[in-house]
Design a protein around this ligand. Structure first.
Ligand code: ATP
Ligand code: MG
Length: 304
């Protein structure tokens, strides 16, 4: 099988005046992958995505999409892209159907084809009944689904989604996940950001965790969890003897307020050591998740 690189970034930088929003990131996205950008508010995810979309020029470094430079081949690249932006930007003066039709003109799709594709896509995101409804009469979740349908009007080879499921109810989130999986199965490459880490773990085969414009970690969700935490977390109520006891066994742990989290591949050993050696309150063991890694790497403080 030939592996085709859809996006290649090397030492990519974006500055706004003095401020460095993307600070020398390198990554590669291959055809058919679902690639995730994770990171706290302000990490630089949207800025990175906008450079890939050719709507915000890179400051320096290399960024190629389908082998073409983003600063010199915008219109050639844009033809292959479908975009779901972070902000909902539907035209409020038009109906669902008209929004789709207007968008199709950017890609020079003929009216007959556009009508046919619009019907198929509205059906795909289960909005066919809302076809003639004005945008203002849609719920927030319906608007996100319409934006996904709109992004697919030109049969994109690369779909870029900035927080596609924000504010959606569980049914709508699962619907979108199903749609994204079916697109991936048709070899559409998908790049997305999300703050729902369970979503990232479910959908992405590869992801990066960013903070302050840099990539802190890269890999599959499973690799990232295994390399940073291990398989499990044992949680114990904090007390003076717990720390001594954990230091005795040179455990990798973190104190978070009233609880201590021990990162381990062997939860049974940690648990039995704690039970044997010290007076304990409540103790629980659970599987480590991407959210644990996210908090470990990017801290627990709120971002401005
Ligand atoms: N046009 C701009 N001019 C100046 N600064 C900007 C501009 N766009 C983004 N920034 C700054 O760049 C940084 C990264 O912003 P970005 O939107 O990429 O973050 P993000 O990771 O997408 O965050 P969020 O999770 O909140 O969407 C922020 O500090 C932001 O204030
Ligand atoms: Mg963003």
């Amino acid at each position: 099988m030939v592996i085709i690189s859809v996006i290649v970034a090397e030492d990519l930088v974006k500055t706004f005046g003095e401020f460095v929003a993307v600070d020398g990131i390198s990554f590669m996205v291959e055809e058919g992958e679902v690639f995730g950008f994770l990171g706290p508010n302000g990490a630089g995810k949207t800025t990175a995505m906008k450079m890939i979309q050719c709507v915000s020029p890179k400051t320096s470094g290399k960024l190629e999409v389908f082998g073409m430079d983003v600063n010199t081949h915008q219109s050639e690249i844009k033809r292959f892209l479908g975009i779901v932006p972070q902000e909902t930007n539907l035209d409020p003066d038009f109906s669902v159907y008209e929004n789709m039709m207007v968008y199709s003109r950017y890609f020079d799709i003929g009216r007959t084809d556009a009508r046919k594709v619009t019907d198929e896509l509205l059906d795909f995101v289960q909005l066919d009944e809302k076809k003639n409804v004005n945008i203002e009469q849609l719920s927030g979740g319906m608007k996100r689904r319409l934006i996904l349908a709109r992004a697919l009007i030109n049969s994109p080879r690369l779909l870029i989604l900035d927080e596609p499921t924000v504010g959606l109810d569980p049914q709508a989130r699962h619907l979108i996940w199903d749609k994204l999986r079916s697109l991936r199965d048709k070899n559409v490459t998908i790049v997305l950001t999300t703050h729902y880490l369970d979503e990232a773990a479910q959908l992405c085969n590869k992801l990066v965790i960013m903070d302050h414009g840099r990539i802190l970690e890269e890999g599959s969700p499973q690799e990232i969890v295994k390399n940073n935490i291990g398989t499990d977390i044992v949680e114990v109520e904090n007390g003076p003897e717990v720390k001594v006891c954990l230091d005795d066994m040179t455990a990798d742990y973190e104190i978070i307020g009233d609880i201590v989290q021990v990162y381990t591949d062997d939860p049974q050993q940690v648990t039995s050591h704690l039970l044997r050696e010290c007076m304990l309150g409540k103790i629980t063991a659970r599987t480590a998740t991407l959210e644990d890694v996210f908090l470990k790497l990017t801290g627990r403080k709120l971002r401005e």
